[in-house]
Design a protein around this ligand. Structure first.
Ligand code: SF4
Length: 355
């Protein structure tokens, strides 16, 4: 993520030490025990997880597995900028059963606008090289999950889709830029609504099969399929962020609201995970009792949309129907409404013609 208001991550240690890792794993284990669950989906992201290096990554994974024992089955994923991927990393991740997603926003002229190396150069070439390595390696398919990018309205959806297809990759995901009423999304030559609908059609009617998480989730919600996602659908989710110092935090996207919004003042050394549910923002984020505005409640798309992603509903001011806090439609309401309606009518047409 980039361009966020909250810079508190700069105060965090660069890596999670093993003492914190062990305590974190114990808290997760006891939380799952209480709730009779045996699976833990763990995603390493933020900064660049591969900077840890292979031997420290191995220690981290072993530490978590040792605490979980046979009781908890972890599934590890890494979201990476891909710059450091090489054959050694691919072998290692495949041996460890760790899947990796690569962040890529589109063709070079879009990707290099936002994603720079520490030397200030665009990372597009390095990312493409990593994707090629993953595709060429005999074990690459075992670990390569998706290419994930952030929507940029200066890029035509047709160019985005053509570029994605040229990568020869199966899975894709996108996210809307983190924005809210206090920090509205940047405008471009497309509206978010038209951009998403055009890309949806390019994907939906493509003769090759591609996984596309964002649109698949829209279809699931339109079909009333149970879905646990924090960015669409309004159903309860089970996502928790644990920082390198062991602090529990609200989702990273809250960093797009105001400085310190993610801070919960709870830590793996002092607090069980279940204690967090006493904190309103956690309860909201888990969508257990999310604040929903009247506009959303009376909206035709509410069952599928759920009011959108909570951080995207934030406002610092009351302006007309928009309230301070989170009791608002998503700042992307127009796009979400249009996409849900479009997905619904596309599916009806498709299923009708297939019958
Ligand atoms: S489309 Fe807009 S009004 Fe309808 S539920 Fe989603 S955010 Fe709320």
């Amino acid at each position: 993520m980039y361009n966020l208001q909250d810079k508190t991550y700069r105060n965090q240690p660069l890596r999670m030490c093993l003492e914190t890792t062990e305590m974190m794993a114990k808290r997760i284990r006891s939380h799952l025990r209480v709730h009779n669950r045996t699976n833990a989906e763990m995603i390493l992201h933020g900064g660049e997880p591969l900077l840890l290096g292979i031997s420290a990554m191995k220690e981290w994974l072993d530490c978590v597995r040792n605490v979980f024992g046979e009781e908890i089955i972890p599934r590890f994923n890494i979201q990476s900028n891909g710059v450091l991927i090489n054959d050694e990393w691919i072998e290692f991740l495949a041996n460890e059963g760790v899947r990796i997603g690569i962040s890529l926003d589109g063709p070079r002229w879009i990707h290099d606008k936002h994603r720079l190396t520490h030397g200030g150069k665009g990372s597009y070439d390095a990312v493409l090289r990593s994707i090629d390595l993953l595709r060429a390696h005999p074990r690459g398919d075992d670990i390569f999950s998706t290419v994930m990018g952030v929507v940029d309205l200066d890029l035509d959806p047709d160019e985005y889709w053509t570029h994605f297809k040229s990568l020869g990759v199966f899975g894709l995901d996108i996210s809307l830029p983190h924005a809210n009423y206090a920090h509205p999304p940047r405008e471009g030559k497309w509206s978010y609504r038209d951009w998403l609908i055009r890309l949806f059609d390019l994907w939906f009617y493509d003769s090759d099969s591609h996984g596309f998480r964002y649109f698949e989730n829209i279809i699931r919600t339109v079909c009333e399929y149970p879905l646990s996602s924090d960015n669409i659908g309004g159903k309860p989710v089970g996502v928790l962020v644990i920082e390198t110092n062991g602090d529990y935090e609200g989702t990273d996207a809250l960093k797009s609201t105001i400085e310190g919004m993610t801070k919960l003042d709870k830590n793996v050394f002092d607090n069980d995970i279940d204690e967090l549910f006493q904190i309103p923002i956690v309860s909201f984020l888990q969508q257990l009792e999310a604040p929903v505005c009247d506009t959303c409640r009376s909206c035709k798309a509410y069952d599928a949309c759920g009011g959108g992603y909570l951080p995207h509903r934030f406002s610092t001011d009351t302006i007309g129907d928009i309230q301070q806090g989170f009791i608002n439609p998503s700042i992307y309401c127009d796009a979400l409404f249009g996409l849900v309606q479009h997905a619904y009518s596309t599916l009806r047409l498709y299923l009708g013609s297939a019958a």
